[in-house]
Write a protein that binds this ligand. Structure first.
Ligand SMILES: Cc1ncc(C[n+]2csc(CCOP(=O)(O)OP(=O)(O)O)c2C)c(N)n1
Length: 1051
């Protein structure tokens, strides 16, 4: 293996991007001797590549495999390869070492006939090459090419569609590599038909090798098998007819395996072995009976629902009932291999069946969902096929405990994918399951959604990232070959609906879902693949949909021919029963008994469900936080201020260079930043970055895990954070001061994410769902980019608790501010978050001591736009101090990160201090409020501009400014108090954003509610309404700012 690597690395790329080229160069050099092998050859010229058309990416892998096999045993490869490698390693002239294998068709102008090899081979007698018969080389190479062609493209021929009308790859043509006529095996022609029992549906104009190789004599010729096939079992050579029939069996029956694009020989060989080994798909009778029993339940469940609720939508599984045995197989096998917890995400199709028969959720609870009962707990609930569940039970097959969770999801297909991944990752983290051996995820997809929704691609791209990987997800596609009413040919441009998975080198197992044993085989292989390589894998259950999109839809309107065929097709249970009866594995009586038993179970549960008077949303919770709420006063919060010593300790650690400073070279600019941080600490003050570090650090000290994720968050988009220091001369050598604050602190993770908002925010949301005692923050590069993750915000963050009683304390950090950076780097659109807040604009809650916390308790999420680092510090800490969890949306600053006035003293963060929902005027105006002519209410950075403008005009006595730090829930009480205090003042709301953006429309009715009488109004000062959030012109921006500032203070 090592030698292989050495040679291959000398002929394969040293740089990752030009792998094939270097091998090509080696094989096509025209002047230099082979002894130059150890020196990297120059990049190939276009001519050199054109000279050897066989050298494409996959053939170079093939050559590599041949070489690998040759090294282990020169006799294991065909003598032509033996000769080739001997001469190549002995220094043959370029072009002399290699002659083209037999042509796949007629010779092209630049192709070399095999005969050209013969003189060279005879010269090489001294090297021990055997006398080679040209025809033997031709035929062996042709057979090897055929074997490889089946491995690469056999799936195109597989009979995957249970209806027998569509090709899963949307292409009915036969790949030329699998046409006998493509190979120059002239002597095999004029032959008799070979009678190989093929079970797949014959292709139109069938021209596959097996059907066209017709010479009984040649079919009996024995060929040596290359090391890259396992069809021989223990045999190292086989007659041609066996080679072909075994290849057909492995690759062209009911399983189509796509894997040859994977750039790992070990992984390719692993898969070949799992599908090619003779007899590997055979099951014992016990397993067959288990598959049957599971199929009975899957089918019986849908039939029962259909019987009881004829006109209810349930998005039944009919046509793909094998999903249930498939999932159960994946779970059994994974449990056997050590997995203890499985987190699942899935769409509507078959969801109730999965809950009933995979998770074994009590049937009573499922049936109650059809009864339209009221809920016993708070919340608005969701339709039954969106709800989650969590169950811990004994896996009867492995006799081990297993935890199964199905994550609740919205209608938005695939949006749950990253959420599941984040939740899985978090669970692995808390279990210390660093290799993903104990906890894993399964994602289910519909065929149309899998290829259509971009978040699938975004989620795949998280699969191999250090801080986001879940060490392999098993994807199962319920490929019913239709999306609502749309045919696949109109819903995707890729051949298969699964092609998106190829980007991460995931093997894809297409399987005819009407062949239960084939399905179970691929599921076992998928689970083993995950356990072995910890990489994603896809199972494509090619099936059909027996009913319309839902049970009330008429599919004949749009797919008349398909549905004609559906009506003529027996369900998979009937087919499998037929097979097992024929094989004598079950009797008809037994079958009737099994069916009746399940029907009885359903009936009994149905009767019990009739006694239920209420449903409980809590029964459908996917992430129970056992112990978190118990014994807590829901309206009592712990303090957020900390000891001076803590601030000092964290501040100093955060400001120090790495401990081995002499050996760890940091950038001069970082040295300056650290010095200025240290200076602040010594003067007991903090800027934004320091306050954030102190919030994180103090939570870590208290045992709270903190995770900060997003694009470029390690440094910070605005180069202010620098949580990771990089050694300037040693690659990958880094220092993370916040991981090194206290010996017994909780772990801190800060990680630059992929360039995705949808998947990464979804991931962090999922991460936050696992454990309430963690601070999980996602930062957008600029606030407005959150809109590509809008589904996560609307469907999960804003409404998750109400729909699914699921809480999350996730923090969204959204850089916001109108600073002349153009339309897309200015506004984080606070108005959108405010509009999603559930608070009633005209309800002034009772003024009790619990006013603030009750507001937090009752709202769906918190939106803040603070002006001081200390307030940011308290807001972050408050996320954990609360006795419940709410998402927190923070409009974070840009220029304020370095604004000399935007600093706080340690005094504002010490014990006894807390988050300030609003910061009233504290200057001279507050001492003579009756003289104040105008009270400006504002939020965020504009405060500093207003303060400066007021000062420049000497209006400190006339104008008071009150900052609304927490926009939602709205500080009605403080605003009321301030307005009453300045009873003679005109009330003005000032914002930087255009009138139709920003908080104005949210604030206005609330100020009016706070005022409580109609005599006083609040006036707007700010930019006018606009289509674009900000101008692209610097000058116009300055004009707009000047205008709004002068209007604000114009008395
Ligand atoms: C993001 C999104 N867009 C549109 C829809 C509406 N919709 C619901 S189901 C469906 C078809 C889904 O087809 P497929 O993924 O093949 O799953 P199937 O229903 O066939 O099981 C569509 C378009 C949706 N739910 N989510």
């Amino acid at each position: 293996m090592y030698r292989t690597k050495q040679l291959v690395s000398s002929i394969l790329p040293l740089t990752p991007s030009c792998g094939t080229e270097k091998l090509v160069t080696f094989l096509t050099r025209t002047g230099e001797a082979v002894r130059c092998l150890s020196a990297p050859p120059p990049p190939p010229t276009a001519n050199a590549l054109a000279a050897e058309p066989f050298l494409n990416g996959s053939s170079s892998t093939y050559v590599e495999e041949m070489y690998n096999a040759w090294l282990m045993d020169p006799k294991s490869v065909h003598s032509s390869w033996d000769a080739f490698f001997k001469s190549a390693t002995a220094g043959a002239e370029p072009g002399a070492a290699y002659t083209r294998p037999p042509s796949l068709g007629s010779l092209k102008p630049n192709e070399v006939p095999i005969s050209a090899l013969v003189p060279y081979l005879s010269q090489e007698q001294g090297l021990g090459a055997p006398q080679v018969n040209e025809k033997t080389i031709d035929d062996h190479l042709a057979v090897q090419a055929i074997i490889r062609s089946y491995q690469i493209r056999g799936h195109h021929l597989a009979a995957l569609d249970p209806l027998g009308i569509n090709q899963a790859d949307l292409d009915s043509s036969l790949p030329p590599e699998l046409q006998y006529s493509s190979y120059n095996l002239e002597k095999f022609s004029k032959m008799l038909a070979l009678n190989v029992p093929l079970h797949h549906v014959p292709l139109p104009d069938s021209d596959s090798p097996i059907q066209l190789i017709q010479n009984e004599k040649d079919m009996n010729r024995v060929f040596k098998l290359p090391a890259t096939t396992f069809i021989g079992g223990k045999e190292r050579q086989l007659p041609l007819k066996d080679i072909l029939s075994r290849l057909e069996n492995a690759y062209c029956r009911h399983i189509g395996v796509e894997f040859m694009f994977i750039n790992s020989l070990e992984q390719c060989n692993w898969i070949r072995q799992k599908f090619e080994t003779p007899g590997i798909t055979k099951f014992d009778n016990e397993t067959k009976r288990l598959i049957l029993a599971r199929l009975v339940r899957a089918t019986g469940f849908e039939a029962f629902l259909a019987k009881k609720w004829t006109s209810e939508k349930r998005f039944g599984l009919e046509g793909c009932e094998m999903l249930i045995p498939a999932m159960k197989t994946v779970i059994d096998k994974s449990s056997e291999l050590g997995v203890e917890s499985i987190i699942m995400g899935m769409p509507h199709r078959g969801r109730l069946n999965v809950l009933a028969n995979v998770c074994r959720k009590p049937l009573e609870q499922i049936f109650c969902q059809f009864a339209g009962l009221d809920a016993a707990d708070d919340g608005s609930g969701d339709v039954k096929y969106h709800l989650g569940t969590y169950i811990e039970r004994l896996n009867r097959v492995t006799n081990k405990n297993i935890r199964l969770a199905v994550v609740a999801n919205p209608s938005h297909l695939e949006a749950v994918d990253p959420v599941v991944q984040g939740k899985t990752r978090a669970e692995q983290f808390y279990r210390g399951d660093t290799e993903g051996k104990r906890c894993m995820s399964i994602l289910l997809h519909g065929d149309a959604a899998f290829s259509g929704q971009g978040v699938v691609y975004e989620t795949f791209h998280l699969s191999d990232l250090r801080d986001y990987t879940t060490r392999g997800t098993i994807h199962i596609v319920v490929n019913n070959q239709i999306g609502f009413t749309t045919d696949p040919r109109h819903s995707r441009s890729s051949p298969y609906c699964t092609d998106v998975a190829r980007v991460v080198n995931a093997p894809i197992f297409h399987v005819n879902a009407d062949d239960p044993e084939a399905v179970v085989h691929v599921c076992n292989v998928a689970a083993e693949w995950r356990a072995t390589f910890h990489k994603d894998v896809v199972i494509d259950l090619v099936s059909y949909r027996r009913n319309g999109h839902n049970e009330i839809d008429e599919p004949m309107f749009t797919q008349p021919l398909m549905y004609k065929k559906v009506k003529q097709t027996k369900n998979v249970l009937e087919k499998y029963v037929g097979q097992l009866l024929e094989e004598g594995i079950v009797t008809k009586e037994e079958m009737d008994d099994i069916r009746l038993k399940y029907d009885k179970i359903c009936e009994e549960s149905y009767v019990n469900s009739q006694n239920e008077k209420q449903i409980r949303y809590k029964d459908w919770l996917d992430s129970p936080w056992s112990g978190f709420f118990e014994g807590k006063d829901p309206l009592k919060m712990s303090t957020t201020g900390v000891h001076e010593e803590t601030l000092d300790h964290i501040g100093k650690r955060f400001s120090q260079p790495p401990p081995n400073a002499a050996g760890f070279v940091i950038h001069k600019g970082i040295e300056r930043i650290l010095r200025s941080r240290m200076d602040m600490v010594e003067h007991r003050s903090v800027d934004w970055a320091l306050a954030e570090a102190m919030a994180f650090g103090s939570l870590l000290r208290e045992g709270i895990h903190v995770r900060l994720s997003g694009q470029d968050v390690e440094r910070g988009t605005f180069s202010h954070r620098h949580h990771i220091l990089h050694h300037q001369t040693v690659d990958k050598s880094i220092w993370n001061p916040l991981c090194n604050l206290y010996p017994d602190q909780a772990p801190y993770t800060v990680c630059n994410s992929s360039l995705s908002e949808f998947a990464v925010l979804g991931f962090e949301l999922g991460y936050s769902m696992t454990n309430p005692n963690a601070l999980v923050c996602w930062e957008a590069q600029f606030g407005d980019f959150h809109n590509t993750a809008q589904t996560i915000i609307d469907q999960f963050i804003a409404s998750g608790q109400s729909k699914w009683v699921r809480q999350s304390g996730i923090v969204l950090l959204l850089p916001h501010g109108m600073e002349g950076m153009g339309p897309e780097h200015s506004s984080a659109h606070p108005e959108r978050f405010l509009q999603l807040c559930s608070e009633d604009e005209s309800y002034f809650p009772p003024l009790t001591s619990e006013f603030a916390i009750r507001q937090l308790h009752d709202i769906n999420m918190i939106v803040i736009n603070c002006t001081t680092p200390a307030n940011y510090f308290h807001a972050l800490r408050r996320q954990i101090a609360l006795p419940f969890r709410k998402p927190l949306v923070v409009m974070t600053p840009k220029s304020l990160l370095r604004h000399p006035d935007a600093k706080s003293s340690f005094d504002e963060m010490l014990e006894g201090t807390e988050f300030q929902r609003a910061i009233p005027e504290k200057g001279v105006a507050s001492q003579s409020p009756e003289n104040v002519k105008r009270l400006l209410l504002c939020s965020g950075k504009v405060y500093y501009d207003l303060r400066k403008a007021r000062e420049e005009k000497g209006l400190e006595n006339d104008i008071a400014i009150c900052r609304i730090e927490q926009l939602a829930p709205f500080p009605f009480d403080i605003v009321k108090e301030e307005c009453e205090k300045y009873s003679n003042a005109e009330l003005v709301w000032v914002q930087e954003e255009h009138k139709n953006f920003g908080p104005w429309s949210f604030v206005r009715p609330r100020v009016e509610t706070a005022l409580g009488d109609d005599s006083r109004r609040i006036k707007y000062v700010g930019r006018t309404s606009a289509a674009s959030p900000a101008t692209g012109s610097k000058n116009q921006h300055i004009r707009e700012v000047n205008s709004l500032l002068s209007d604000s203070i114009a008395l």
